[in-house]
Write a protein that binds this ligand. Structure first.
Ligand code: URA
Length: 209
């Protein structure tokens, strides 16, 4: 089973503000992903947010914009949030890994899933964001996000749709990654997955209320 051990840093280095997290992410050399990325992408949202949404890593558009979930997956997430009556502006939106892992093929940059080692290295930043925001509920969007949130591999299909207790008092909801819905093989399957996704977001917002 893949495990992402907590990369506990010395107390003195722990960033105390989201601004410090953003600066630290930009300067981060905890793994090699910074080398090929345009910039580090820290989370976005208020330090008082009751709900935290955690994705996998910035994609091509997020890497260029320096903001999480602004590309195709972000647009699907926005639509689902709206349907679930969750105001994105009241959530803190971030990723398990803060630099874009990809492979250059000609002019195209092809997404590559971050490894457990990348997630483990980047947990330092996710843990710092969690400690500052102290959300009531954390939604893990997909397997990589769940690895970052729980520190161990979690089966999405088996765990989604219910509240799971985290050691820091927050509750977690595990659900699909929006890109997984975009890749669904047919319309019927996509509709069914999307319905479950919206329900999970609705439950998360209710628990956070
Ligand atoms: N996918 C993610 O997991 N995060 C983003 O920010 C964009 C796409």
């Amino acid at each position: 089973m893949a495990r992402a051990a907590s990369s506990s840093p010395p107390e003195a280095d722990v960033p105390a503000t989201l601004e410090a997290v953003a600066a630290g992410v930009e300067a981060c050399r905890r793994c090699e992903l910074w080398r090929e990325a345009t910039q580090g992408v820290a989370g976005e949202g208020g330090a008082q947010a009751r709900l935290m949404l955690v994705g996998e890593q910035p994609g091509n558009q997020e890497d260029l914009a320096g903001r999480p979930f602004v590309g195709p997956a972000g647009r699907l997430l926005d639509r689902a949030l709206e349907e679930a009556s969750v105001p994105r502006g009241e959530a803190y939106v971030t990723n398990a890994v803060k630099h874009f892992r990809h492979e250059q093929r000609g002019k195209r940059r092809i997404h590559q899933t971050p490894t457990a080692a990348h997630v483990s290295a980047c947990r330092w930043w996710l843990d710092a964001e969690r400690a500052i925001v102290r959300p009531r509920v954390i939604v893990a969007l997909g397997a990589t996000a769940a690895l970052g949130v729980f520190g161990k591999a979690t089966a999405i299909g088996k765990s989604r749709g219910r509240a799971l207790q985290l050691p820091d008092q927050a509750q977690a909801i595990v659900t699909y990654h929006p890109s997984f819905l975009l890749r669904a093989p047919d319309e019927a399957r996509r509709k069914a997955l999307y319905g479950g996704f919206v329900e999970d977001l609705r439950l998360a917002w209710k628990l956070a209320g």
